[in-house]
Write a protein that binds this ligand. Structure first.
Ligand SMILES: Nc1ncnc2c1ncn2[C@@H]1O[C@H](COP(=O)(O)OP(=O)(O)OP(=O)(O)O)[C@@H](O)[C@H]1O
Ligand SMILES: [Mg+2]
Length: 340
């Protein structure tokens, strides 16, 4: 029998660490057929790091899906009159300069229909999320990947990748989750936290908050009077300094948690629904006290999310122990691959 096989590498080019997960669709299954990650000391070292990661990973495909983020990507929520999908994309493009801080000619524009609602006077309206990414950064990323002999097939954003990883989880564990829930997926990286709120499995809110693990490291360095490298090591393996580390990072976590809470408030006002549970990913989710700290701030059930759970893994090409240990950090990479 002819088996349909298609592999794709989700490449999450983080500011501190590049993560890659190869996902292969095998007729009835989604299989993780490769995984690698590598720390990036600086932006200048990024291209070489990707090359090194690709050499080490022994992926079976050169097709990659990546993402753009940071200040060259903006998210905007706008209300439009009800209209068809085709007309919506056109109408939004015509008005986009009202909403985004870049020239419309210079951006790739993505329009996500979030759902119908009513404006203050009771008139029906469409809630729309605009994602605008500077064409120049999308092109630059494609150039870098192309130079490495890779074939870029899609460029997304971290927040939506989280949503795709979540959907993949639902697909491989059917029925395990209650239908109709509203969940918030949060990826806390080194420099930013990406938020995606799913209502009954549909992405209804996405945003990035420019804070992350680096701010925790800096807080530890300041409090203990050590250099950033020592602070980073202490954060990851505090040993008998666990209490000091937790105390030193408490204020930053509180600020970040409050900022994320504002997004929950915005969502709840806009959509008249409540975020019921929160799932944490990203390198900072490896912090043992993150769940507990955030749960107190959010006053919602808050758990670390392992997006690999339930997926088959091809152990002949994957270091399964490392994969499981780093799993919460791989949601974006997995979701980028899953979107194709
Ligand atoms: N064991 C650990 N305990 C606590 N923090 C950790 C641990 N391992 C990594 N981190 C932190 O996770 C962060 C990196 O996470 P991640 O790989 O998700 O970020 P990134 O994708 O490179 O960053 P960004 O998404 O902001 O561009 C760093 O701040 C690092 O200090
Ligand atoms: Mg990241």
């Amino acid at each position: 029998m002819l088996k349909q096989r298609k592999s794709i590498v989700g490449l999450d080019i983080g500011s501190s660490c590049i993560k890659a997960v190869e996902l292969t669709r095998e007729k009835y299954d989604h299989v993780v057929t490769g995984y690698a990650q590598i720390d990036v000391p600086s932006e200048a070292a990024r291209q070489d790091a990707i090359a090194e990661l690709m050499r080490a990973a022994h992926f079976r495909t050169r097709r990659v899906a990546s993402a753009v983020s940071g200040k060259n990507v903006v998210f905007r929520y706008v209300a439009m009159p009800e209209m068809s999908e085709d007309r919506l994309a056109q109408a939004v493009r015509l008005e986009a300069d009202k909403y985004i801080p870049f020239d419309v000619a210079d951006v790739e524009l993505d329009v996500h229909r979030l759902g119908s609602g009513q404006d203050a006077t009771g008139k029906p309206e469409l809630k729309v999320l605009l994602v605008a990414a500077k064409k120049s950064i999308v092109a630059e990323q494609a150039r870098i990947l192309g130079e490495l002999g890779l074939q870029p097939v899609a460029v997304g954003v971290d927040g939506f990748a989280l949503g795709n990883a979540w959907e993949l989880g639902e697909l491989v564990n059917p029925g395990i989750q209650e239908a109709g829930r509203t969940v918030a997926l949060i990826d806390v990286g080194a420099t930013k936290a990406s938020i995606n709120i799913l209502r009954d499995n549909v992405s209804s809110f996405a945003r990035e908050v420019p804070m992350g693990g680096q701010d925790l490291t800096n807080a530890i360095a300041r409090r203990l009077g050590v250099d950033p490298a020592q602070a980073e090591a202490l954060k990851r393996e505090p040993g008998d300094q666990a209490n000091v580390v937790q105390e030193a990072t408490a204020q930053v976590l509180e600020d970040l948690g409050n900022e994320i809470n504002l997004s929950f408030d915005f969502f709840e006002n806009q959509f008249d629904g409540e975020v019921q549970e929160v799932w944490l990913t990203g390198g900072t989710a490896l912090l043992p006290f993150l769940e507990e700290s955030f749960e107190k701030i959010f006053e919602k059930r808050t758990k670390t999310w392992n997006p690999i759970e339930g997926l088959k893994v091809r152990s002949d090409n994957v270091d399964v122990e490392a994969l499981n240990q780093q799993a919460p950090r791989l949601a974006v990479a997995l979701g980028l691959a899953a979107a194709i």
